[in-house]
Ligand binder design. Structure first.
Ligand code: AMP
Ligand code: ZN
Length: 473
């Protein structure tokens, strides 16, 4: 199997990846807080998880992956009280919306999606262990983690705790790096109507950081090979996860590799709910943008680089997909009924080289830019083959090339392998009707886009006195 290298946030270096079980990789990713629609910045983080999953599978690994659903936190409590609903009633539609979003951008389903509210016993177990080790103290019936008593605090974020005032703490779920304090593990109820659990630790509810430590244990009964999340989660959230898990189970390995994905920006600023500079997937789909293009844009920048969002960039992504799809469509015309196979032996040396280069790019810390460069190089070459009289594409080559695209698409998830031949007449009629509609609504951008799409496929439209006619060039 090809060697994979990941940039591990713990060491700050690219390292050879060696999972505890050489054939099966375990992954945990911090998931959504379900109190509203996710914005497409969140979606970038979730699509990074999809890219990681598809890359590991493509490179020959079996995977077992988990993403948590945060269905209790400060914001959820605030909004559910406001809407006079229980936590479960309030979060259910937002949880469904999250799964709908993932499906719309072709993200594969993971093996596990545990909920925080269903993992309370595992949280209690961790707090009990931490208490035994003397890492917990109580104040006003809430329980706090004493970070100065945990020797390795700061090993991920490299934060310096020396200036920290003993006994200062945070009750809130989120806070800034400048101010290191003890964090809350178990919160006594403070607000009327607040969700609470009666436990041997007293009445209350968990702090946010605790849930990920607990769910990793619940699913894997130990640690994981890879833990992912957005860069904003590195401190305090992931630092606190380490403190909880390694504090409670010092003899076990918690996380082998930490991967942090960078932010999606708007005009140079992080996209976020609080700034109001965000779009949801639904906003973009309502504008007529194609979910495949949104997916392509969000995965096509390396996960450790910031990505500035704009609708122009989605149009650019749509153009890039079309370039690949057009090339594939021509191959499918030559082999109309060909169904890509799950296992396929490539034989042509140039195809083997592209496949190898594609895989090597992914194995190099998921270098998607290099992988896409291989895809576009092969598209360019294949287009040249078509035009060359000496070396037209033969049937066997067409089959292997379709398979190659199938291979690429295991990662990209945006290509269509249905042969266009039989569909084409009805498709054209439907596109023409859509174009008429768009013109009626004065949506000339859309009607022009449809005309261009038809032209590209060699279809000419004519306005005649009997209505619209079309013919092939
Ligand atoms: P939340 O639902 O707020 O808990 O966030 C879910 C995920 O989205 C986390 O991994 C965050 O780090 C990530 N995230 C939040 N804002 C952005 C952004 N603008 N760009 C990329 N990822 C983000
Ligand atoms: Zn988490």
């Amino acid at each position: 199997m090809i060697e994979i290298y990941f940039h591990n946030s713990l060491s700050g270096k690219k390292e050879k990846f060696s999972p505890a079980n050489p054939n099966k990789v375990t992954v945990y990713s911090c998931g959504p807080t379900v109190y509203n629609y996710a914005h497409i910045g969140n979606l970038r983080a979730f699509l990074f998880v999809d890219l990681l999953r598809r890359s590991l599978k493509l490179l020959g690994y079996e995977v077992e992956m988990t993403m948590n659903i945060t269905d209790i936190d400060d914001k959820i409590i605030r909004d559910s009280i406001m809407s006079k609903q229980s936590i479960q009633e309030f979060t259910a539609p937002w949880t469904n919306a999250f799964f709908d979003d993932l499906e719309m951008v072709f993200a594969e389903r993971l093996e596990h999606y545990p909920k925080a509210t269903e993992s309370i016993p595992e949280m209690i177990e961790i707090i009990q262990k931490l208490k035994e080790k003397g890492l917990v103290y109580e104040k006003d019936e809430s329980l706090y983690f004493s970070i100065q008593k945990f020797q390795n605090y700061g090993k991920l974020s490299k934060i310096d705790t020396t200036g920290m005032k003993t006994g200062t703490r945070y009750d809130t779920d989120e806070y800034e790096k400048e101010d290191v304090r003890d964090f809350v593990l178990w919160k006594a109820p403070r607000v009327e109507g607040e969700a609470r659990w009666e436990t041997e630790l007293g009445t209350g509810r968990p702090g946010w950081h605790l849930e990920c430590s607990a769910m990793i244990r619940k699913v894997y009964h130990g640690g994981v090979d890879i833990h992912t999340g957005g860069v904003d989660l590195l401190f305090p959230h992931h630092e606190n996860e380490i403190a909880q898990s390694e504090g409670a189970f010092p003899k076990e390995s918690f996380v082998g590799t930490w991967l942090h994905s960078e932010h999606l920006l708007v005009d140079g600023q992080k996209m976020s709910k609080s700034k109001g500079n965000f779009y949801t997937l639904r906003d973009l789909l309502q504008q007529g943008l194609d979910p495949k293009s949104i997916r392509f844009l969000l995965i096509s920048t390396h996960y450790r680089s910031k990505l500035n969002f704009s609708t122009d960039r989605i149009t650019e992504a749509a153009g890039n997909i079309r370039k690949i799809q057009n090339c594939l469509d021509r191959l499918l015309e030559l082999e109309p009924g060909y169904q890509p196979e799950k296992t396929f032996e490539f034989s042509l040396s140039f195809i083997l080289t592209w496949k190898k280069e594609f895989e090597e790019s992914l194995a190099d810390d998921l270098n998607i830019s290099k992988a896409l460069a291989v895809v576009f190089e092969s598209v360019k070459r294949i287009n040249l083959f078509w035009n060359s009289k000496k070396n037209p594409i033969a049937q066997t080559q067409a089959k292997e090339l379709i398979q190659l695209f199938y291979w690429y698409d295991k990662l990209l998830g945006v290509l269509d392998f249905t042969s266009k031949k039989d569909l084409i007449d009805s498709e054209i009629d439907s596109l023409i009707t859509q174009r008429q509609e768009a013109r009626k609504n004065k949506d000339f951008a859309r009607s022009d886009a449809i005309r261009d799409q038809l032209l590209e496929q060699g279809i000419l439209i004519e306005d005649t006195k009997d209505g619209i006619r079309w013919r092939r060039k």
